[in-house]
Design a protein around this ligand. Sequence first.
Ligand code: ADP
Length: 289
Amino acid sequence: SFYIAPRFLNKLAIHITKNFLDLSNVRVPLILGIHGHKGEGKSFQCELVFQRMGIEAVHMSAGELESPDAGDPSRLVRLRYREAAEIIRKRGRMAVLIINDIDAGAGRVDGGTQYTVNTQLVNATLMNIADNPTNVQLPGSYDEEPLPRVPIIVTGNDFGTLYAPLVRDGRMEKFYWEPNRDDRLKIAQGIFETDGLSSSDVEQLVNHFDGQSIDFFGALRSRIYDEQVLAFIQSIGFDQVGAKLVNAKEKVNFQKPNFNLNHLIEEGELMVIEQGRLHELRLASAYNR
Ligand code: ADP
């Protein structure tokens, strides 16, 4: 099974629990902001913690908030918050609201007027909710009954780009997530758990790809299946893939691919080359601008 870093588990569990406790004379920030480099497991581990604690999560993404079709983003945030509150009230279960990659939308103030307007609305709405968590109203209706508090979790890359009053300590608890070597080893061990690698293999793999984020190892594992998937496509015919897979009655079974260390390192190196190409193209396009 997947590994949750204890620091991560504890931080999240404390934040959520504190928001459901009634600690006298203690002011608890409603929002937990988890920041750090992309692909290091912020969202993924949140889901693992929710499962572990039996928490229902209502999700939003920043992309959804900044979409011009989404309508009023402030209304959307309030709506989802109230959805989570309903789960707590009606079903008697813990629920949270999670907004992933918040700085991709709410923090981007350079993307044109639409984004700027939405940014300000989302920031202001979250601030407002953080200050009055039991009174979150939808425009055009008023609900007398106070809502249960719903802890909010936001993830992002760089909170320096968010509106400063939102990030203030009373409103948002901050948690910088950067897996250390031990976390990385144990997470990678979890990823390759069923693949017959020894712990020394995993260690060598993590050492070899030292600077890579956690998602590299997940993607590498998936890539190892490519050869078999191609063999499968060729065996049934490119034109038969749809008929065979969509609404299929029986599942296609694959043999375990070759997960030996050398093969993993070879495939990983190919991924690193792709990263390099992407990087070069970016540099070139920045230069040509
Ligand atoms: P972030 O939110 O920090 O950008 P994600 O949570 O999206 O990163 O993680 C990226 C990918 O890394 C996930 O989709 C998953 O494949 C892998 N991953 C991250 N953390 C773990 C973990 N604890 N165990 C297994 N895989 C993980």
